[in-house]
Structure formats: C-alpha cells, structure tokens
Design a protein around this ligand. Sequence first.
Ligand code: PLP
Length: 222
Amino acid sequence: MNIGQKLQKIRKSLPEGTRLVAVSKFHPADEIMEAYAEGQRTFGESHEQELRVKVPALPKDIEWHFIGHLQTNKVKYIAPYINMVEAVDSPKLLREINKQAVRCGRVINVLLELHIAEEATKYGFTLDACRDFLETGEWREMANVKICGLMMMASLTDDTSQIRREMETAADFFDEAKARYFADCPEFCERSWGMSDDYEIACQCRSTLVRIGTAIFGPRVY
Ligand SMILES: *Cc1c(COP(=O)(O)O)cnc(C)c1O
C-alpha cells in the first residue's frame, strides 16, 4: 500500500470523534504532500529545525502540531505559526508559550502532557503535579494560550493490558480535570493518546486525537 492508501485505511478505522494527526517527522515534503492529497490537513512534528524548513515549503492550510518535547528557548521560533503544542510538560513552558503568543498577537492551543507511563524517560506532569498546577489558577490569567485537553504516551511495551490501564488512567484524569477546572471551558475537549502500535487501544480509551507516523509513512530514517 502507498501512503495515501495507508492513511485512508487508518482514517476509516477510527471511531467518530477521533481525529488523525499524521506524524511526518523525518519524512520529506513530498511524502507529506501525498497525505495532503488525500485530504489530511493536521500534521505532527517534533523538531523545530525541521519545521523551519518544511513549513514554508508546504501549503498554508496545514495545521501543525508540535508533538515532541519542546525546549523553552525554541518556543519563539514556532509561535508565529504553530496550531497546537501538544506536549506542555511544565508551567515554565506554558508561560513561555503565552509570552511568545502575546508577541505574535496569537492564541496558541496547547495540551498538558501527563506522565503516567512507568518509564522514567518520558516527560510530563505527574497527576499530582498537574492537579497542583491547575489548582494555582495561574493558567487562567494566560490569555494567549488555550488549554484544549491532555496528551500522554503509554509505556513502550507488548503488555496491552498495561497500555490500556495507562490510557484509562489518563481518560479518568481528563474527567476529573474537566469537572474541577474546565467545566465552563468547551474547548477543553481533547484527549491525545495512541500511536502506530497502540492507537486501536487508544480509540477504546476515548482518545480524540491519535498521533500516527510509522503506520502511514513507514519507518523513519534518523
Ligand atoms: C514520533 C511520535 C509519534 C508517532 O509515532 P509512530 O510510532 O511512528 O506512530 C507519536 N507521538 C509522539 C509524541 C511522537 O514523538
């Protein structure tokens, strides 16, 4: 199957209410255009320098999601065009995104990244740290960022019951956060979990955004 066929097959398999973020990192512009030709408009990238080259070369109606770990000092480069920063993993990063969004006269959509996986290598707020941060209410004063929901990466494991458990923990935490802090914010509605190897589980765990790269574009050559 070619890129377009793989993309269509995945999109058809997603339940209503789950959208695809096509993860194009390390794949060239012409492969992105194959997905674009099938109507795909939301793409995920995780390196600022790669975006710097790709964004000017590709159609303006693409919505770019920054999905990787973002260093504070890189925010200023992506702030003029990024549609969503999916992996906000600290109050400091959120403050910087707000600051740069003010400078650009934009409102930037963000997701808070949760650290639920058992791996020590993953970034994100623990559930307690996320509660503590939301409790401060500081984010309510940040007029140029819109917190649209939560993002997480499950453990890299073959144990599907563990993956499911982690995603269900994230979905339950979403309900808690929605009820406690975002009851009057309709934009707080996104649950971003699921990648090539676990998106089918994610769809059963109420994911609204799946971030899929390899299953569409093939393996990345780093
Ligand atoms: C690379 C990446 C993905 C896509 O991974 P695949 O296994 O290729 O689908 C999803 N989410 C994040 C945060 C990534 O960095």
